[in-house]
Design a protein around this ligand. Structure first.
Ligand code: EPU
Length: 433
């Protein structure tokens, strides 16, 4: 088992380069299946969710050739199987994008119910509703979702909830369906626009991505394309908060400042200085951090994927802050871990009340999901003393070399491997002590 060991209290200073966006990459990689020619993807983050996506493609018969650490040539024309088994699908929520891509290309798909971060109930009824509206039949059998269709035909689809996954899956399935699909109440996140741009670069006809009505006119075939994934909005936001939490001064490069607006505005309210440039942002602190109220909502609101990180920052601010989670049922599971580090947070349902104590103390903690893990890293960087973070595989699902990037900014963080037996005996000692 690997852990991050952080000696807190060092200011982050310097420059950091943001990687490609996880939540765009995990949809764009399956989208290659729709192309009748090989594609080249660039600015792909080196994270385990990408590795799993590539493994799924290979297992289905695609040829995946790394061209560099961040680019791949993918030839999905050789796919023979339309099935993503439980063993791989359960490791990653985004395996559901193989449903839309396989259905759109072959008219059928068999994919295990997806895994991913435990954030409460994560239904996929809206994905299935969209597939059905296009003419597919589905059944769930032995934990596998089976989709079949004689022919996909464009239709009007109204999503009952704003869903990133259902929006992208509907686009994947509709891109080659005959006629016009009108997708209403669509999600507007930057990764939705990125997927639409990639599909359009292959010859698709998608209009309105980034608004709540997306129109997709079906095309007969898609050609190969070379495409660079957008920078990761949440990785950038995480480094912005980490810089603020350590009273640092960091230039965050390879970002799209427009995508960071809601995060920037909140950080400014908290007392953080932000300077924006064309494709970078400087974050610094020269005064006290102050309380604020935040509610997470779909884009362009404050992103739920930044909620644990900003809540951690607010434990260091003066006054009482209120954080309301507006997307996921259970996104405060990290709070118990922060309390172990001295945070004063009470949670009632979807609302957390944070009494800023101005300081945190190092402690052994456990990441319960990806962004919770990022929050614990931020807490460890700001805390007095040593923080040991367990279950860092959650963090590695979505952050490209987080510890290396932090070390280059002056953090004292290392990844240490502990043989499982040693961990078990350590745990036993802790229990019997
Ligand atoms: N929902 C339904 N039915 C559906 C789909 C969603 O009721 O069929 C509900 C969900 O329960 C939730 C809300 O709609 O309450 C929004 O869910 P959404 O479908 O937008 O989430 P997702 O597509 O499963 C993606 C990201 C998440 C991110 C959310 C919200 C990927 C792979 N995951 O999930 O990212 O939190 O959108 O922005 O893109 C993360 O990166 O840490 C992460 C969890």
């Amino acid at each position: 088992m690997d852990k991050f060991i952080i000696k807190g209290g060092r200011r982050l200073v310097g420059e950091v380069e943001i990687s490609g966006a996880k939540n765009a990459a995990v949809a764009i990689i399956p989208a290659v299946i729709l192309s009748d020619e090989p594609c080249v993807l660039e600015n792909v983050p080196a994270i385990s969710d990408v590795n799993i996506s590539m493994r799924i493609l290979r297992e289905m018969g695609a040829e995946v050739t790394p061209l560099s650490a961040t680019s791949y040539r993918i030839d999905a024309t050789k796919i023979e199987k339309c099935c993503v088994p439980y063993e791989t699908a359960r490791k990653m929520r985004a395996s559901y994008y193989f449903l839309g891509a396989l259905l759109g290309k072959f008219g059928k798909a068999r994919v295990s119910m997806p895994g991913g971060c435990p954030l409460g109930d994560r239904p996929i009824d809206q994905h299935l509703k969209a597939f059905a509206a296009l003419g597919a039949e589905y059944k769930v059998d032995q934990g596998m979702i089976d989709l079949t269709s004689e022919k996909l035909t464009g239709n009007q689809i109204f999503l009952d909830v704003v869903s990133v996954g259902a929006t992208m899956n509907a686009m994947l399935a509709a891109v080659k369906a005959e006629g016009l699909t009108i997708l209403e109440n669509a999600a507007k996140e930057p990764h939705i626009v990125d997927l639409a741009n990639f599909l359009n670069s292959m010859g698709a006809n998608i209009m309105g991505a980034g608004t709540d009505v997306i129109k997709i006119r079906g095309v007969k075939s898609l050609r190969g394309a070379t495409y660079a994934v957008i920078p990761d909005q949440i990785e950038a936001g995480t480094f912005m908060v980490a810089a603020a939490a350590t009273n640092g001064n960091v230039l965050i490069k390879n970002v799209i400042p427009k995508h960071l607006e809601s995060i920037t505005k909140k950080l400014e309210k908290i007392g953080v200085n932000i300077e924006q440039f064309d494709d970078s942002i400087r974050v610094s602190v020269d005064g006290p951090l102050v309380k604020t109220s935040i509610k997470t909502t779909p884009h362009p609101g404050f992103p739920t994927d930044m909620q644990p990180q900003i809540a951690t920052l607010l434990t260091l601010a003066e006054g009482t802050s209120i954080v309301t989670e507006g997307v996921w049922e259970q996104r405060f599971r990290y709070v118990d871990e922060l309390r172990r580090m001295g945070a004063d947070i009470s949670v009632d349902g979807k609302v957390a009340v944070i009494e800023g104590t101005g300081k945190l103390m190092g402690a052994p903690v456990k990441a319960c999901d990806l962004r919770a893990g990022a929050a614990l890293i931020i807490a460890g960087l700001a805390a007095n003393g040593i923080t040991e973070i367990e279950d860092i595989f959650h963090i590695e699902r979505g952050y490209d070399c987080m510890e290396g990037k932090l070390r280059a900014l002056g953090a004292d963080i290392e990844k240490k491997s502990f043989p499982d037996e040693a961990v078990a005996s350590e745990k036993k000692k802790a229990i019997t002590a």
